[in-house]
Each structure stands twice: as structure tokens, then as C-alpha cells.
Design a protein around this ligand. Structure first.
Ligand code: DX5
Ligand code: ZN
Length: 213
């Protein structure tokens, strides 16, 4: 299981230190939540802060866009060469075009599904994706309760992935901890995002290790 701590739960007064803590703690990716205050009822960080994050980071960036205008934000972040950029299927009229754009920029394309969105919605995009992110909370905030139905949804998505693109990864975001990590692994999850669990722990390294099962 790969682990992508979300810096949304970091202390932004000492962001430098908190990014070093997850990198030194052995994380696999750094999950960066970008919100525009329109697509979701919260705002986080823009290019100024994400540029600084990229300078400090010693692990690849995994940028999760929760925005109305995906094109605009991809243009802001592409020069940072993140490993992944994920965008919501619900916010994009032309998802295939966005996937092609990311691919041309050398960024691995990923699509995010909100808790209510059926995996079949992206059936004909799977062949072109490197990762699908299933939200296990409603996007916008850290520290929310895990929505259990995502486990069944993961299994359905896994069946489609096996059919269309077995190398496509499944990522889960929201309410992940050392209690639900085992059922997520069993359901076929490859990557977990964890914000409050990692940054709320006394020992960040141990918290990350407890998810790398
Ligand atoms: C929510 C974000 C998540 C969030 C996860 O919109 O996409 O990445 O930071 O936080 P936890 O792990 O606390 O649920
Ligand atoms: Zn996220």
C-alpha cells in the first residue's frame, strides 16, 4: 500500500517542518489539496504556496484539484512536474481532453469520483488513466468520517480496471486510518491519502508505516 499524507492537516505556520516530517517518515507521495471556494465550500492553497511545497518536497507531488476550472489550475502547476494531477469527473465537461493534456505535459492523469458517482461513469476513460481516486468523504475538509460504501465501490471499480487497464491504480481519500486500512487493502486499494490520521499522530513515521501494509 502506498501512502500519500495530505498536507491539508499540516500546521501551515510550520509547513516546512511538517513537509520534512512526512518525507523523512517514509511517505510515498505528498498529497496536495487545491480548492477554489466554488467547486467545494473551502479554499486552500494556490501557486505561491504549492511552489514552496515543491521546493521542500523530497517525494513526488500528488495534486488533487477540487476546482471548477481544471485547465486553469493545470496551467498553474504543470511546471512543477507533479507525478499525478487528479481532477473531479463531476467538474469537467471534457475529461478526455484533460487527460490528453496531462499526458502531453508528462503528468500522470487521475480522475476523482465523489461518494455518489458510479464507477461506470468513467468506464471508457479507464484505458487512458494512471489512477482513479475514490472519495471516501465529501470533498472540502480534512478530519471527516469515512463513508463505508466506498469499500463496495472499490470492488466494482477493480472489476472494471481488470477489464480495461489492470495497471491503473485505485486511490482512496478521506477518513483513512489504521483501523480501516486492512479492508481497503482487501478491496483492492493501491494508494491511500491520510491527513488527520498522520498529522494527528504522536509519531508521524509510525503512523505512515502503519498504513504501508
Ligand atoms: C478532502 C481532501 C482530503 C483530506 C483528507 O477534501 O481531499 O485529502 O485532506 O483528510 P483526512 O485524512 O483527515 O480525512
Ligand atoms: Zn484530497
Amino acid at each position: 500500500m502506498l501512502v500519500a499524507p495530505s498536507i491539508l492537516s499540516a500546521d501551515f505556520g510550520k509547513l516546512n517542518e511538517d513537509i520534512k516530517a512526512i518525507c523523512d517518515g517514509g511517505c510515498d507521495l505528498i498529497h496536495v489539496d487545491v480548492m477554489d471556494g466554488h467547486y467545494v465550500p473551502n479554499m486552500t492553497i494556490g501557486p505561491v504556496v504549492v511552489n514552496s511545497v515543491a521546493k521542500i518536497a523530497t517525494k513526488p507531488l500528488d495534486i488533487h484539484l477540487m476546482v471548477e476550472d481544471n485547465n486553469f489550475f493545470i496551467d498553474l502547476f504543470s511546471h512543477l512536474k507533479p507525478k499525478y494531477i487528479s481532477f473531479h469527473i463531476e467538474s469537467e465537461n471534457h475529461p478526455h481532453r484533460i487527460i490528453q493534456k496531462l499526458r502531453a505535459l508528462g503528468i500522470k492523469p487521475a480522475i476523482v469520483l465523489n461518494p455518489h458517482t458510479r464507477p461506470e461513469e468513467i468506464e471508457y476513460l479507464l484505458a487512458d488513466l494512471d489512477m482513479v481516486l475514490l472519495m471516501s468523504v465529501n470533498p472540502g475538509f480534512g478530519g471527516q468520517k469515512f463513508i463505508q460504501s466506498v469499500v463496495d465501490k472499490t470492488k466494482k471499480l477493480k472489476t472494471l480496471i481488470n477489464k480495461y487497464n489492470p495497471s491503473c491504480l485505485i486511490q482512496i481519500d478521506g477518513g483513512v486510518n489504521d483501523k480501516n486500512i486492512h479492508e481497503l487493502k482487501d478491496a483492492g486499494v493501491d494508494v491511500v491519502v491520510a491527513g488527520s490520521y498522520v498529522y494527528g499522530a504522536n509519531n508521524i513515521k509510525e503512523a505512515i508505516s502503519s498504513l504501508q501494509i
